[in-house]
Design a protein. Structure first.
Length: 73
């Protein structure tokens, strides 16, 4: 499997994982005030960035392990 295809698969998988994590956990971890401010938006942005980081690492491990097992690279 080419490096370019691996990168694409990692991007697709990490986007899906981050979306799932953010949608299911963000509401539980963040309190919704009646009136949101910049501080609330910053917390949400940092939380989503963290989900994105974790999802990218997980996707990379999954794809790279799959490639090494499947094609012995």
């Amino acid at each position: 499997m080419s490096e370019e295809l691996q990168k694409r698969l990692i991007t697709i998988l990490s986007t899906a994982l981050a979306s799932i994590l953010a949608s299911r956990l963000a509401d539980r971890l963040l309190d919704e005030p009646e009136e949101r401010g910049v501080k609330d938006d910053a917390k949400e942005a940092l939380l989503k960035a963290g989900f994105s980081l974790v999802a990218t690492i997980i996707a990379s491990v999954v794809i790279r392990n799959f490639v090494s097992r499947r094609w012995g690279s």
